[in-house]
Every structure is written in structure tokens, then in C-alpha cells.
Design a protein around this ligand. Sequence first.
Ligand code: C5P
Length: 214
Amino acid sequence: APVKPLTGKHILVTAGPTHEPIDPVRYIANRSSGKQGFAIAAALARRGARVSLVAGPVALPTPPGVTRIDVETAREMAAAVEAALPADAAVMVAAVADWRTEGERQKIKKQAGGATLHLTENPDILAGLGARKDRPHLLIGFAAETEKVIEHATAKLARKGADWIVANDVSGDVMGGDANTVHIVSQDGVESWDRMDKAAVADALAERIAKALA
Ligand code: C5P
């Protein structure tokens, strides 16, 4: 049988949301299902890559041949990503929470007049990887936008030090759904793909990664 194109490569993938605890019974979350990131991890593993999948809280089975590291918070995800280095490529698909609270040890009691949450910025895991000396050779970020998709993705490419940004318009039914319309934004310009299911996006992206690492 022909050698699989990603044999011998280590690829890091983040997927899913993060949960940021407010107190022992409450947390901040988002609508990421993890489907696109898990499909990418599966597509890379099918092509022979050693895949480390750092996953936030999702209800999805681990794809065959993938090493999965489960985390809850953004800071746990950042530590797990660092621990998984070095990697030939990283595909950062996770919808990392932008903010966390300090996390109260006891359940916050209901009070007349409401409550105020104090939010602290989380580390940007993708930008952190982009600035490292042992940065993965190919660094890929995602950008979920509801308007000016290409413009925002192009700005993100520079800000995060990524090689490619996979931009998708999430104004419709993308989050939690099975289909996606993406644009690959890089120094070379913009490549817009037809709407396809997330498994097909994963396969096309894995093929593009294999070519870039060859
Ligand atoms: O800035 P924004 O959240 O839109 O950037 C999205 C990209 O950055 C995704 O690839 C996401 O996985 C990554 N990211 C990250 N750590 C954060 C925020 C975003 O790795 N704290």
C-alpha cells in the first residue's frame, strides 16, 4: 500500500468550547460542538499523522488512532497544548472562551438587585504558539465571524502569527450543524471553498496540510 502522506508527522489539534467556572455549579460556555475539530483530527490520523487532540467539554467519541487530552478551561487547554509540543503543524479549532471569572469556591447566593461578574482575559493559545521559538512549522487558526469575514480573518492572520486562517461565516446554522462554508486566508491570498459538510472540509484541509508539509 502507498505510504500515507502524513506518516511521521505530529499534528496538534484543539477542538470544542472551553468552560470557565463561575462557582461550583455554574460556568461560562459557548455553542461550539467540537464537530469540525474532531473531523479534522480524524482526517489527519487517516492520513498517517500522529494526532494530539486537546478537547474541551464535548459529547463526541475519540476518532480512531487519535490521542485525546480532555480539558475544561482555557488555561488547562493552554497547558495541554504546551505539553504536547513539539508539533509539525497545529490546527487551532477550539472556540476558547475570551474571558474567565476568578471562580468562587462557594455557590454564589441569589441577591436582590442582581449580581456582577468580573471577567479577566484568557491567554490567547494560538497567538502564544505563533510567538514561540519552537513554533509548529505550519500554524493554522480558525475565525468564526458573523460579518466582514475575509477582512477580520486577514487581520487575525497577522495578529496571531498564523500561516493560514480558516474563516467561516457563523451567522447561519454552522455552530452545532453539520455543514460549513470556509475561506482559507494566507499570505498568498484567499481561497473560498463551496459549502460542504464538516467531514469534507476536514478532508480537504488535511490534504492541503499534507501538501504543505511534504
Ligand atoms: O480571536 P479569535 O477568538 O476570533 O481567534 C480564533 C482563533 O484563535 C481560533 O483558531 C482559536 O482556536 C484561537 N484562540 C486561541 N486562544 C484564545 C482565543 C482564540 O487559541 N484564547
